[in-house]
Design a binder for this molecule. Structure first.
Ligand SMILES: [Zn+2]
Length: 220
């Protein structure tokens, strides 16, 4: 059993400081290489499976079954099954170190087997490290910095009232109006509010009282 942790890539913003794929779009990689990289990412080694399917954060209409419900690995890196779709369809770029290793293997994902007797779920922090991914994404300004002065769920906040105000003001006919809200954060130094909706996985930024139009936020 190895002590080195698998290095995570391709995990997207939920409520943590993970990147948004929209900020990693880069069309400079030649198409042929992109397709080979996507093939590598479809891999062959399932590390962990989950109950629910993933979804495309670009809302391109890809079926959830195609986005998968597993984590894959090559024994060094760990990524969600749907990552190939982002590379292939949306020109999302990945860390140079990962691409170089895949290229050195001629884009053939090596076989990996879980060490025998190791039943630990692969997403545990002692088996997978996320720091490389978040640091790389921050360097590319692809992650929203959710550290203070963002303030989560301010005491006394009336969620329903806030949502109904924002809905009325900003997106009265938008289907988000009936989405369950997962996260509300408010900046202490400005009048900004962040909203994150569960089913559509969107992050919106808006300014109470000022915004006339809804604005999908990719930067804080
Ligand atoms: Zn898509």
């Amino acid at each position: 059993m190895t002590n080195s942790r698998l290095r995570a890539i391709g995990f997207w913003f939920s409520q943590e400081n993970l990147p948004l794929p929209q900020l990693l779009v880069d069309h400079s990689m030649p198409k042929r290489e992109r397709l080979l990289l996507a093939r590598y990412l479809r891999g062959r080694n399932r590390s962990e499976s989950y109950r629910g399917y993933s979804w495309c954060r670009f809302h391109c209409g890809e079926r959830p079954e195609k986005m998968g419900h597993s984590d894959l690995t090559d024994g060094v890196w760990l990524w969600p099954e749907g990552l190939a779709h982002y590379v292939e369809r949306h020109d999302v770029v990945l860390p140079e170190e990962f691409v170089a290793e895949a290229c050195a293997r001629d884009f053939n994902c090596p076989t990996w087997t879980r060490p025998s007797g190791d039943e630990r779920p692969s997403y545990r922090a002692d088996l997978v490290e996320m720091e490389f991914w978040t640091t790389w994404a921050c360097r590319r300004a692809a992650a929203i910095d959710l550290s203070p002065p963002w303030h989560y769920e301010p005491p006394g906040l009336d969620r329903d009232r806030l949502l109904s105000e924002l809905t009325r003001e900003l997106f009265p006919k938008h289907p988000l109006a009936c989405e369950p809200l997962v996260l509300i954060a408010r900046r202490l130094d400005r009048d900004d509010v962040l909203l994150h909706f569960r089913r559509c996985g969107s992050l919106w930024r808006t300014s109470r009282g000022r915004a006339k139009k809804n604005q999908r936020a990719f930067r804080a």
